[in-house]
Each structure stands twice: as structure tokens, then as C-alpha cells.
Design a protein around this ligand. Structure first.
Ligand SMILES: [Cu+2]
Length: 498
């Protein structure tokens, strides 16, 4: 079978309506243009004895969204973005019906959940895409407590408003906090005169015409002024993204009219911070407070105090904070960007003026933590054991042409990784590019060399790391960069069970 050319891959990723034709002749290309192999509807799942069922209905549809001073046309779940938080207890059976009222195919991917493959939401790999006016029932057990979210796995749809938190509560959670705030970060461009599909089209066109990288030249040459987080880009390099976003949002509000998180001084708050961004790393800080990080990607860590932390696309961090009296800025500062401002929410425990949209809490100049500085809670460790097999996972790519690869080729042209049930696979992951990439694994989590468990790991330019995973969930899975544009331009690979 003829493998798709680069050009075909890119066109296919654009959702220009060519997918079906291409797919018919080009074998498996990107996730959006796989062959029209027909997947049977998943067998209905009956709850096991004593298992609770959490049911929900999810409507994906075009909406008009008020970001707080600016109105945009976009796509979302329900009439808000983020969509309504979906909540269940670990071990519950989730039954979620997706109604697709979008003018395009879609799916739902339950990011980070170790679920059965039939519910993973990757078109062409685990299901057929859900067409306009059609519905699809996702049924899966959510085994592990934690902070998750869900989004489509089709084209650039994640860079619209199609995302919502998924919180899986821990029946054994000590619950040593009084309040919980779910904080969703995003970089926003949809409906501001362009769409994510057009952004990708432009990146591809610039890559083909040789004008790519001009933004990045300007970025490298910009006057950094101070060395605070988000300005010099460290430790993520000077080239942290491909898209110039006009806005950064917290819970989909602009910093000029921010979300207000209300509490009382002395209360302990659990922050569940989710990055739904497509092309932005944030440094997150709460002015006037130190945070104690307790979980990343749902997994417990040894509690660690910090002034601030970095969060890549698809990552989640939970932190506990004891509230001070006053009014404080919760800031998500985009790393290595000179335009678009920052994300802001307001934490209020007393009367007082709202912080300015460009407020710069001193905590961002303090210790800004990365995942590699965290230690796992012992409960999150994999059993001690050496790998049964190893595989290389090498990230590569370029801006001209706009093409991102794993193991030397874009998705559809690279060789799937293979593992047998019960094996421990060591992925020797190397980022051979000058950009950071959040590496995301479906259906499993991996352990870093110190045992830290994650499903999404932000890899710095030229960084190498060994990631161990236990093959305990047979199926066909994806490993990919969680930069929406990199994934669409090829930075994905299959993980298949033999
Ligand atoms: Cu990437």
C-alpha cells in the first residue's frame, strides 16, 4: 500500500474535506484521515456488582462565547467553555453520550484515563469518527482517582472551546481541604478573525514558502528585560510555540474581566489546574501565597512547596493553598511569548480592588517548579522491576517544511511501537528539536527514572529521559506530542499490543 506523501499528510490533517478521498488511497495517515475501516459499535457494558454508574450527555455544537469583553464564535460542549465538569468516583462506570451537532466529524478522548480502548476516542484507531448529527456512547470504568479532562481527538478541534474537566474522586481521599477550585488554562485564537484550521494551514504554507521561523527569529532576538518566568523561556528554550495567540484565558475569561474565586482567609483550597492549551507552556503562581503541590496528572507526589510551577499542554497539577486575607492574582504567564498578555483569575477573601490585567506576582520570579523536581508518593510507584524490552522514541521536526516526526517519520509513515501484555516497556525518549514538546501516552501512565508517574511529560529541547510503562491495558494506543499543531503535522506514533 502506498504510504501518504508529506503533502497528503498535511492536507489530510487540515480537515479540508479531502480526508475521505485521501484515506481511500493513502493508508493510515493522520488520525483525522485514517482509512474508513469500520469499527463495530462497542459492546454495551453492564456495571459489575456494586459498581456505580455516572451518566452524562455531552453536546458538541457551535456557540457564541463571551470571554468577558470579547465575543467569539467557536465550538464547545454545551454553551460554555470549559464545558461542565464531569465528576465520578474511582471505580465508577462512566456512560457518556456524545451528540455531535458540529459541522464536522468529532470524537471524545478522555485524557489520562486508563480506560478500555474502545472508549479512547481516536478515530481510525479505536472508533469511527462521529459524523454530524450522530451520537456515540462512551462507556468505561475510571480506575484511578485524579484530575483529568476530555477533548476531541480530531484535527485542531482542541484549540477551539471543546474541552471540560473530568474529576475522578478518591474514596480514600483524606480531603484535607475546605474548598476546591478547578482552574482551566487556555491559549485562545478561535473566532478572533481566524480558526485553528486556518492557523495550521498558514503554518504549513509558511513552511512551504520558506517564511517559517520569522516569528521565532523575532522571539529569540527580543529584549528580555528581566529573567522572570515566562520571559526568558528557561528552562524550555527560546522557541516555545508556533502560534501567536491574541489571548490567554483562565476558565475562559479574559484578564480584563476575570473569574473570581471566592473563599475565606484561613481556608485550605485544593486547586486542580488543567492545561487545555494547544501551543503554550504556562508558569502558574498565586500572588501572596506559596503553593504545596500534591498531584501531577492525577498521581500523588510527596507534597512540595513552591512559589510557582510550569505546566505544559495536557498536564495537570493539584496544589493546596491556605488562603490569606485580601485580593490576589492567580496568574498563568505564557512562557517565551511577547504578545497576548497572560491568563488571570482573582482570588478574593476580602474587599479590595481587582488586580490589573498585567499584574506580575513576585512568585513568578521565585522558584518555578518543573515535574522533574517532584518525587512520587510511594503509592504511585511502579513495582520494582527491570524492563522486558526497550524502544527508542525520538522526537524530530522542522518549521520548513512544517513537519513533526517520531522515530524519523510523521504519523502513518513511522513504524508502530509494539509490546506484549504483561511486559514492562522502557521508552528511551529523546527530544532532538530546539522546541519543548509535551509527550502524552494514551491508556497508560509512565514512570520517570525517579518513579514519578505521569501521562503527559513536558520535554525540554534536546532532553532525553527513560520512561517505563507496564503493558496492562491491551489495545491500540497513541503516543503523541500534545501540541495540537505538532500532532496534526505528524508527531504521533501507535503503541500496539502483540
Ligand atoms: Cu510538539
Amino acid at each position: 500500500m502506498t504510504r501518504p506523501s508529506r503533502r497528503q499528510l498535511i492536507i489530510a490533517g487540515l480537515g479540508l474535506g479531502a480526508s475521505a478521498t485521501l484515506a481511500a488511497c493513502s493508508g493510515d495517515a493522520s488520525a483525522t484521515s485514517r482509512p474508513a475501516a469500520s469499527f463495530p459499535r462497542p459492546e454495551p457494558v453492564a456495571p459489575s456488582p456494586g459498581q456505580s454508574v455516572a451518566s452524562a450527555r455531552l453536546t458538541a455544537a457551535p456557540v457564541t462565547l463571551n470571554l468577558g469583553g470579547r465575543t467569539v464564535q467557536t465550538w464547545a460542549y454545551g454553551d460554555t467553555a470549559p464545558g461542565a465538569t464531569l465528576r465520578a468516583t474511582a471505580g465508577d462506570l462512566l456512560r457518556v453520550t456524545l451528540d455531535n451537532q458540529l459541522p464536522a466529524d468529532t470524537t471524545v478522548h478522555w485524557h489520562g484515563v486508563r480506560l478500555r480502548p474502545q472508549a479512547d476516542g481516536v478515530p481510525g484507531l479505536t472508533q469511527d469518527p462521529v459524523g454530524t448529527g450522530k451520537s456515540f456512547l462512551y462507556e468505561f470504568t475510571a480506575p484511578d482517582p485524579g484530575t483529568y479532562f476530555f477533548h476531541p481527538h480530531v484535527g485542531t478541534q482542541l484549540d477551539r472551546g471543546l474541552y471540560a474537566p473530568l474529576i475522578i474522586d478518591d474514596p480514600a481521599e483524606p480531603g484535607d481541604y475546605d474548598l476546591e477550585w478547578v482552574v482551566v488554562l487556555d491559549d485562545w485564537i478561535d473566532g478572533t478573525g481566524t480558526t485553528p484550521d486556518e492557523v495550521l494551514e498558514q503554518l504549513v504554507a509558511d513552511g512551504a514558502s520558506g517564511t517559517a521561523g520569522m516569528d521565532h527569529g523575532a522571539m529569540t532576538g527580543m529584549d528580555h528585560g528581566s529573567m522572570s518566568a515566562g520571559q526568558d523561556g528557561a528552562p524550555w528554550g527560546t522557541d516555545t510555540g508556533d502560534v501567536s495567540y491574541p489571548h490567554y484565558l483562565i476558565n475562559d475569561r479574559l484578564p480584563t474581566d476575570p473569574t473570581v474565586l471566592q473563599g475565606r482567609a484561613g481556608q485550605r483550597v485544593r486547586l486542580r489546574v488543567i492545561s487545555a492549551a494547544s501551543d503554550t507552556i504556562f508558569a502558574v503562581a498565586l500572588g501572596g501565597h506559596r503553593m504545596t503541590l500534591t498531584h501531577t496528572d492525577g498521581w500523588p507526589v510527596r507534597p512540595q512547596q513552591t512559589d510557582a510551577f510550569y505546566i505544559g499542554m495536557g498536564e495537570r497539577y493539584d496544589a493546596v493553598v491556605t488562603l490569606e486575607p485580601g485580593v490576589f492574582p492567580l496568574v498563568a504567564r505564557p512562557v517565551g511569548r511577547s504578545t497576548g498578555g497572560q491568563g488571570l483569575a482573582v482570588v478574593r477573601t476580602a474587599t479590595g480592588a481587582v488586580p490589573a490585567a498585567d499584574v506580575s506576582p513576585g512568585e513568578l520570579d521565585g522558584n518555578v517548579l518543573t515535574a522533574s523536581q517532584l518525587e512520587p508518593d510511594d503509592a504511585a510507584r511502579l513495582p520494582a522491576k527491570g524492563p522486558d524490552l526497550t524502544a527508542a522514541l525520538t522526537l524530530g521536526g522542522s518549521m520548513a517544511p512544517y513537519l513533526w516526526t517520531i522515530n524519523g517519520a510523521p504519523y502513518g509513515q513511522n513504524e508502530p511501537l509494539r509490546v506484549a501484555p504483561g511486559q514492562r516497556l522502557r521508552l528511551n525518549a529523546s527530544n532532538m528539536t530546539m522546541m519543548p514538546h509535551p509527550l502524552h501516552l494514551h491508556g497508560h501512565t509512565f514512570a520517570l527514572p525517579n518513579g514519578l508517574r505521569k501521562d503527559t511529560l513536558l520535554m525540554a529541547p534536546m532532553e532525553s529521559v527513560a520512561l517505563d510503562l507496564d503493558a496492562d491495558n491491551p489495545g491500540d494506543w497513541l503516543i503523541h506530542c500534545h501540541n495540537t499543531y505538532h500532532a496534526e503535522a505528524g508527531m504521533m506514533i501507535d503503541l500496539r499490543y502483540t
